[in-house]
Write a new protein. Structure first.
Length: 167
């Protein structure tokens, strides 16, 4: 497995020779690939479906983590650009959500979105369209709120439930 290793919080001179000696022991409990997949799941469930984790780097600091870059994606162009990162504990696999500046990510998305070409619907060739399927003759009835609001047991506002069962 190849990994980029970042040394976080090291004081370096402006110029001149530098000698770095590293002796650090830790256990890899989660691979870089698994860290990326974990971040993708976290992004999908907690943040946005328009974000995607990229190839992680190993960060050796007080706490050793995988730092997973986060990309903004758009369905009509694919990955657009990097908007931030989030760390994953290398031993436990826990996503360290506090390391992700989600508000800054959304600001960066707004900037990148301005550079995108307009979305265009793709034409589907006629041979791929369904044939001989009748159009559904159902007209919406009632208010949208009646369909999404839980109906208390024993109550049927505007007789909607029997109408739906008849369809």
């Amino acid at each position: 497995m190849n990994a980029t290793i970042l040394l976080d919080e090291i004081d370096l001179p402006e110029s001149g020779p530098v000698e770095i000696e590293i002796k650090r022991s830790f256990t890899i409990g989660i691979s870089a690939t698994r860290a990326r997949r974990t971040v993708n799941g976290w992004l999908f469930l907690k943040v946005s479906t328009s974000m995607l984790g990229d190839t992680p780097s190993l960060v050796v600091a007080e706490r050793v983590v995988w730092r997973v870059p986060i990309l903004f994606t758009a369905t009509h162009v694919g990955p657009v650009g990097r908007i931030g990162s989030v760390d994953v504990d290398i031993e436990s696999g826990e996503v360290l959500a506090e390391t992700a500046d989600i508000e800054d990510m959304y600001c960066r998305i707004e900037e990148l979105a301005k550079t995108l070409p307009p979305f265009k619907l793709r034409e589907v060739p006629p041979e791929y369209l369904a044939k001989e399927i009748p159009v559904t003759p159902i007209e919406p009835r009632g208010k949208l709120a009646d369909f999404v609001t839980p109906i208390p047991s024993g109550k049927n506002p505007q007789g909607i439930i029997p109408e739906l069962r008849q369809l």
